[in-house]
Design a protein. Sequence first.
Length: 161
Amino acid sequence: MTARLVPYDSLNALQRQQVEAIEVHKEQIRFSGDIHGALHTLLSKPGPGVKGFALLVEDVPVAFLLLKRPPVLPAWADEHSATLHALQVDHRAQGKGYGKACLQALPDVARQAFPEIKGLELSVDADNASAIALYAKFGWVDSGEAYRGRIGYERRMGLIF
């Protein structure tokens, strides 16, 4: 399996169509949103503060994520970080380690996209124990802060470079 995390801008027309076809399980939509919302965030107001990335496996997109920096950095984030959003693995490709592959590749990709950052941050639903455990496995540290998010309490996690 050859998996690589690449900028959305580098995808060809067919790969962009394949990204549009990414679907997560219905129960995951409340956590990650759907691909249409993620692409809207990326494409509706193009600018340097939002970048999209696709995980290609044998040149076919199986996952997608967004990174944000100012001027669209969330209020809860440190100004020296990039924030991870909308990590989505297509339901037809789940259970094959692609979420892990995204997290493994993410630090290098984030530093290439935003050389000035000192780390990554994310906000995860406090009840999403499997996501919290996955992030922790890859070195993300829970800040200990919980705050009211759009669907419940959220935990802030960070990865320092």
